[in-house]
Design a protein around this ligand. Structure first.
Ligand code: GLN
Ligand code: ZN
Length: 785
């Protein structure tokens, strides 16, 4: 069988497409199938069959929503775990420690594939990290000078053939070579100065074989995703990114026997990197016209198929179809063929808003989940060819959007006037020195105070109690009694362990964002709105649709109860405004900064109520502060300004004697260190154990002057660190930072841990703090220079 030649001649007929679709299945069938395999409840064949069922249902669904079966507008964009791992496996880039999972035919079965993703014994899994500025996480390939790239695993081709046999000519989707290498890291043991991009030529040979295999199987188009082209940090270390792009695509677009190539640049604007790509003979370009814009020099689009990504793949609001058409129409003069599309894969949104019968009907009318977005691109594709055909649909869609403007709860005068009346004073606390004295007096903490990040293990008992309460099987009183007994247990344990600052353990929280969303007006929560976070993990982000109001205190009763059970200082934990925004679908009718300020005001009231209830320490978690950092350097200062302001607005109402903590879940301080300093928190806890306290150098370098708790226990693994190991980390900390600034805490919350390792590890943590305190006390006092 032969595919199109290197200069395909027939005119592509497609008019609409999406760059990808959720992979978990409408009822999370793929997630459940994988977890059954891992738990030994299902065998390989049953798991493969379940995943094939999700793929078949997806293709049929996309077809029934209006994408034709035979023009390649339906993507084959499935992944059992992660698309970057898929590319690594397809291209022979499996790390040596997992070489045994690759079969003689180059294939990796689902068990082996899961092993690379999840590790086994001493073989660490591939590192996981965030996919651009989304809440999706991918696995980082490890590339060495000797990685032998080849077209190894043909799973993607088999999936394409499976759809074809079912009657659908789909468009396979693969991570592109430039992004693949830029997202990879050098394998351990690679020589100094080695970077994966140096292997481009070898990798391209494997891509050529892969593309030919798709063409031979009958694929007319293959989509290569190149989001790295829009990201300043992805291309940062590369001397000549334009040259890299040109080299890759000149070669692939001239490769004999290839299918047509659609290259996508989602999540932003490729800027100056569009030109080297467009100058090659690739057949199609998919541009993100939500975050980015069409090139000023439209001659770059000449002769190409251009997928205009006008429907937002990352948010849940109905598109403004008329505005989208105004963006698409001018492209028709410049490109050979214009296709209406989504800005990104629909991986980031839930399946179908029509299933959300529990949502307010009016709100539901404003929303478009994945299926509704497919319908939107189909309408736009039709409108491009026949403007009269969809007039009524456009009118109805505009009316649904307009309905939002004046709807109750969207704009609330009391919120607007409170924000408008804010003065700079609302963002400022007293000088740190003044606060420090007041807090020392109020709290009376020892040197190297010990604490935790807030959550204690979410036991099966807690989950059962919450589920029974959610189903209405147990009433509020019974559920709350249960939570109070849980708090009693956690308090008693902390007292027995000898921790200095106690927490209530957060047993009431299903999720650190959803819990607050459920207790604030302006948010709605879905029943089926699952979105993949990584692998089989899914989250259900709330929808922030209106002005934010806190109808009553949220966490205060739990913290106040805790305080009544102990004489030790109690810390209350809140989720910060940036993190609440980052892990929600946020209204698109006003700047993010304004929405953040509204959330901040609600939290400010919560802080005041905690204070009034006698809680002397309040922690505002901002683990997502870095996640929302814009991809392009020029957009970063404005973001850092409003995100820091939102945190300060939430916390600056606190009295001098109230100690404000913040917690951040990462150790790569570099990019955001000034912002973290700007938060002006009295104490900042960060992740440090996994990087063996490397972060201390950064902290010392910038002269961070307030409290700092570099995590001394990596809570991501059930491993119990020894007292001596923790003491060693503490010694490193007090060597880098004055001891009176140092706090002793784990890397993050303990909700995913079990009690056994939690108790043992905390015992060691407290013992290590005691040991190092004693060493410091015995140290001869040297006069300051
Ligand atoms: N306070 C939260 C907890 O302990 C913080 C979680 C997080 O940083 N992701 O679970
Ligand atoms: Zn954390």
């Amino acid at each position: 069988m032969t595919g199109p030649t290197s200069s395909p001649s027939s005119t592509p007929a497609w008019s609409a497409t999406v760059l990808g679709y959720p992979r978990t299945g409408a009822d999370r069938e793929a997630k459940k199938a994988l977890e059954a395999l891992w738990a030994g409840r299902a065998d390989l064949a049953a798991t493969e069959a379940a995943l094939a069922g999700v793929r078949a249902a997806t293709v049929r669904r996309l077809n029934s929503l209006g994408l034709p079966a035979h023009d390649a507008s339906i993507p084959s964009a499935f992944s059992a775990y992660d698309q970057v791992l898929d590319a690594a496996v397809a291209l022979g880039a499996v790390p040596d420690r997992f070489a045994d999972v690759v079969g003689g035919d180059g294939r990796v079965d689902l068990v082996g594939y899961s092993t690379i993703a999840r590790g086994r014994g001493a073989d660490a899994p591939l590192e996981m990290t965030k996919w651009f500025d989304t809440n999706y996480h991918y696995l980082v390939p490890e590339i060495s000078p000797s990685t032998s790239f080849r077209f190894a695993d043909d799973r993607g081709v088999r999936e394409f053939s499976e759809a074809l046999a079912d009657g659908f000519l789909t468009r396979p989707v693969v991570v592109g070579p430039v992004t693949f290498l830029l997202l990879s890291k050098p394998a351990a043991g690679s020589p100094d100065g080695f970077a994966p991009v140096q292997r481009l030529d070898d990798l391209l040979g494997a891509y050529e074989d892969l593309l030919r295999a798709y063409a031979a199987a009958g694929a007319e188009w293959v989509q290569l995703d190149e989001p790295a082209l829009v990201s300043g940090s992805a291309t940062a270390g590369v001397a000549d990114p334009a040259g890299l792009v040109a080299t890759a695509y000149e070669r692939l677009s001239r490769s004999p026997g290839r299918p047509r190539l659609l290259v996508t640049t989602p999540y932003g604007d490729p800027g100056e990197l569009l030109e080297p790509l467009a100058r090659t003979a690739v057949d199609g370009l998919a541009l993100d016209l939500v975050r980015g814009s069409a090139p000023r020099d439209t001659s770059l689009l000449a002769g190409k198929t251009v997928v205009g990504g006008v429907v937002d793949g990352r948010n849940v609001w109905r598109a403004d179809l008329s505005a989208a058409l105004r963006v698409l129409r001018p492209l028709q003069g410049a490109a050979a063929h214009v296709v209406a599309g989504t800005s990104t894969s629909l991986l980031h949104v839930p399946h179908d808003v029509d299933r959300e019968s529990g949502l307010d009907e009016r709100l539901r009318g404003w929303l478009a989940f994945a299926d509704q977005k497919v319908a939107e691109v189909v309408v736009l594709g039709t409108a491009l060819r026949d403007p009269d055909a969809v007039g009524e649909v456009l009118t109805a869609s505009a009316a649904a959007r307009a309905d939002r403007v004046g709807a109750p709860g969207v704009v609330r005068a009391e919120v607007r006037s409170r924000l408008a009346a804010l003065t700079p004073q609302a963002f400022r606390r007293s000088d740190y020195a003044v606060r420090r004295n007041a807090q020392d007096e109020a709290l009376g903490l020892p040197l190297l105070p010990t604490t935790t990040i807030g959550s204690f293990p979410q036991t099966a008992g807690i989950r059962r109690a919450r589920a029974a309460w959610a189903r209405g099987e147990s009433d509020d009183t019974r559920y709350e009694d249960y939570l109070r007994s849980e708090i009693d247990r956690v308090v008693a344990l902390q007292e027995e362990l000898g921790l200095d600052v106690l927490v209530h353990g957060e047993p009431e929280r299903n999720d650190m964002v959803q819990y607050f969303a459920e207790h604030l007006e302006g948010f709605a929560v879905t029943a089926h709105g699952w979105v993949q976070s990584y692998g089989s993990r899914c989250v259900r982000p709330p929808i922030l649709f209106g002005d934010v109001v806190r109808p009553e205190p949220i966490t205060v009763p739990w913290s106040a109860y805790t305080r009544s059970r102990t004489a030790k200082p109690v810390k209350g934990m809140l989720t910060g405004p940036v993190t609440i925004l980052a892990w929600s679908f946020v209204r698109d009718d006003q700047p993010l900064a304004d929405t953040a300020s509204q959330v901040a005001l609600a939290l400010r009231d919560e802080v005041a109520d905690l204070e009034a209830a006698g809680i002397g320490i309040v922690q505002v978690d901002e683990p997502a502060l870095r996640e929302l950092l814009p991809l392009r350097a020029e957009d970063q200062p404005a973001y850092l300004r409003w995100s820091v302001d939102a945190f300060r607005l939430a916390t600056a109402g606190a009295a001098d004697a109230t100690q404000v903590h913040t917690h951040l879940c990462y150790s790569e301080f570099g990019e955001v260190i000034d912002a973290i300093d700007g938060l002006d928190a009295d104490v900042t806890s960060i992740e440090a154990a996994r990087s063996r306290m490397e972060v201390l150098a950064d902290i010392a370098r910038v002269g961070f002057a307030r409290g700092i708790g570099p995590g001394v226990w990596d809570i991501h693994s059930p491993r119990v660190p020894s007292t001596e190991e923790i003491a060693e980390q503490l010694r490193a900390a007090v060597a880098a930072v004055p001891a009176r600034q140092v706090w002793v805490n784990p890397d993050c919350g303990l909700k995913t841990r079990g009690y056994e390792e939690t108790t043992a590890s905390l015992r060691h943590l407290v013992a290590a703090a005691h040991a190092v305190r004693a060493e410091l006390a015995a140290r001869p006092v040297t006069a300051p220079a």
